[in-house]
Design a protein around this ligand. Sequence first.
Ligand code: TRP
Ligand code: SF4
Length: 334
Amino acid sequence: MKKTILTGLRPTGNLHLGHYFGAGKTWCNIQDDYDFYLEIADVQALTDNFNNPEKVRQNVYEITKDLLAIGLDPNKVNFFIQSQISEIAELTVFYSNLVTVSRLQRNPTVKTEIAQKKELFGNNGESITYGFLGYPVSQAADITCFSGEVVPVGEDQLPLLEQCREIVRKFNSIYGETLIEPEQLLSTTPRIKGLDGNDKMGKSLGNAIYFVDDEKTINNKIMGAITDPSKLKKDDPANPDICMVYYYHKLVNNEENISKVCSECKKGERGCVQCKKELIDAMNEFLKPIKEKRKYYDEHPEVVDKILEEGTNKAKEKAKETINNVKKAMKINY
Ligand code: TRP
Ligand code: SF4
């Protein structure tokens, strides 16, 4: 019997290389080994985009197509839309009693996000909504609803998983052994840096390459990437280890070219413009099969609809089982 894995994404924008190397690639590699549920977390996206429902709706499709394009196979992975599984919302209400407000306020992930969302929640988080503060509870519902045994996460999501485990333990201790305590599958890939050398690749930072970027956009982005600032002339020797162009060569180019870039750079035998042009070629080559797949799904929206519908139906089956067990344990199975 395969173990059940569950993960989710907020549909708030397209996938970029940081998502791929940080998470998506691993998901592709393990999709054969698990009973895989992939949640398009539109309800969670609405907790900080409640005033922009159109954006969330559109990105449900965008993100699904991106995930299919990078190689997740709908025959192996159940894609489903969170809002269509009402059982998750029910569980969220039940679990709300098992969490204190102060515990949610102390959750490091929540704290960081509140600080990032000053416009929405005020400088000191004084305008935070009940829904946003409670999203870790809803995420615990996401995981337990499908009896998720394994949750692939990055470092930043660990506090949410810990909170989920606390809820599970509390539930089981009060109502009897019902829920499964999930374990983490911690990402081993370091966070991917942006083209500007920033530690994080992100939409708001404008330093990301997206799978939907066209060739001209990619060209401009790479030409603007940060190199070794001490290199002024073409034949100055430089340090590739502080250069973002080399960093991206290492992600998308082959071994032979990577070592060529490295040694020529150190010896002052390559110019940065040439080096960037070679990276653009390597990047386009890397993106080609992904973009071809993406194009297929763009041209066949009915296929995407069907994938989401079938995945959601399957998720619904599993959710019904869980909600029955939970209601029985809580003595509300009338
Ligand atoms: N919180 C996650 C994020 O912002 C998305 C998510 C929703 C999730 N539900 C989940 C992740 C369940 C893991 C498990 O990216
Ligand atoms: Fe970076 Fe290439 Fe210039 Fe070296 S030659 S600094 S690796 S862009």
